[in-house]
Ligand binder design. Structure first.
Ligand code: UDP
Length: 327
């Protein structure tokens, strides 16, 4: 079975990707420094502890496993932190990815799947966000991801590094078997925070602003189920292996839901009240982020099947109730 090097395989999206890769007949080799990941989440292939900045360790892992491709999930991903400590993002995302990309090229591993973000687009109200939308990130998180995209293009020109870039919208939900799920430290994402508030693990959810220019005043986001998202990665890997060349794909469904709609669905799915308070806007939040592209569906053949709010919240709630990773 072909080995795939999965950076961040102990994290939320990376661990789901490992499960999908294994199901598709690959061996996912997780490379993770466990700063934000969970060793318990590495269930579907070997685990190699290591930091992306450690070139000697990376070389050793490439040499040991001879992976046919890299899936690069490992990253810092908190917008608030990126605004207050941009240096961590330029070092931890950009410099670390450069080390990884150089190691991959040196090892002759030239197929690369990269987790990027719709945060690279920045604010474009009332504009359809497709893959050709100008990238004007509002914070160091988005800027760091855009820089890595640029790096991949330069390394393709120089060394033939083929890459598929996925720009994620809002990822939510969990493995329906609840073997892995979402758990960040600290948690900043809407769905897990809300589920924690529902069962009293933390205080009421704060809704960040109700004065946006949207029908109910709260921000609108395009939520994608994590299992659908990682399925696209397996398709992206096959795309590269079939020699179809480098390509960028948005991963969103084109349906937008407001924070209030997410709260209402969560109440319905869990049959509980969502305790929440209204707070001020969070710095760096865009009014509306919705994908206006179906490229992944038309070109990759991606078919999101679980990406409706009901299913995403039901799967996240099932995972949440396992209490795994609870400390
Ligand atoms: N949000 C909120 N309260 C929270 C966390 C998030 O109102 O405690 C809102 C946030 O303003 C955004 C949406 O929920 O409109 C999704 O936020 P999240 O942090 O999950 O993802 P992001 O859109 O920042 O990638």
């Amino acid at each position: 079975m072909a080995n795939i090097l999965v950076t961040g395989g102990a994290g939320y999206i990376g661990s789901h990707a490992c499960k999908a890769l294994k199901a598709a007949g690959y061996t996912p080799v997780t490379y993770d420094n466990l700063i934000t990941g969970w060793q318990e989440a590495v269930k579907f292939g070997p685990f190699e502890y290591g930091d992306l900045a450690d070139r000697a360790r990376l070389d050793q892992v490439f040499d040991q496993y001879n992976p046919v491709a890299v899936m690069h999930f490992a990253a810092l991903s908190q917008v608030g932190e990126a605004m207050s400590e941009p240096g961590r993002y330029w070092r931890g995302n950009v410099c670390a990815s450069l080390t990884l990309i150089e190691a991959a090229v040196a090892a002759g591993c030239l197929d690369f799947v990269f987790s990027s973000t719709c945060a690279t687009y920045g604010e474009h109200d009332n504009v359809v966000l497709d893959e050709n939308t100008p990238q004007q990130p509002l914070n160091a998180y988005g800027a760091s991801k855009r820089a890595i995209e640029d790096m991949l293009r330069d390394f393709e020109a120089a060394y033939g590094l083929r890459h598929v870039i996925f720009r994620y919208f809002n990822v939510a939900g969990a493995d329906p078997d609840a073997e892995v799920g979402e758990c960040h430290r600290p948690e900043t994402h809407l769905v897990p925070l809300m589920l924690d508030a529902i069962d009293g693990k933390r205080d009421a959810l704060t809704v960040f602003g109700t004065d946006y220019d949207t029908p109910d005043g709260t921000c609108i986001r395009d939520y994608v189920h994590v299992c659908d998202l990682v399925d696209a990665h397996v398709l992206g890997l096959k795309w590269l292996q079939q020699g179809k060349g480098s390509r960028v794909f948005n991963l969103g469904t084109g349906a937008g839901f407001s924070v209030r709609e997410v709260i209402n669905h969560s109440s319905a799915v869990t049959n509980r009240e969502v305790p929440y308070v209204i707070g001020p806007r969070r710095t760096g939040d865009c009014t509306r982020l919705v994908s206006g592209s179906s490229r992944a569906e038309t070109e990759l053949g991606w078919k999101p099947v679980r990406s409706n709010l009901q299913q995403m919240i039901a799967d996240a709630w099932r995972w949440h109730q396992t209490g795994l990773y609870d400390r």
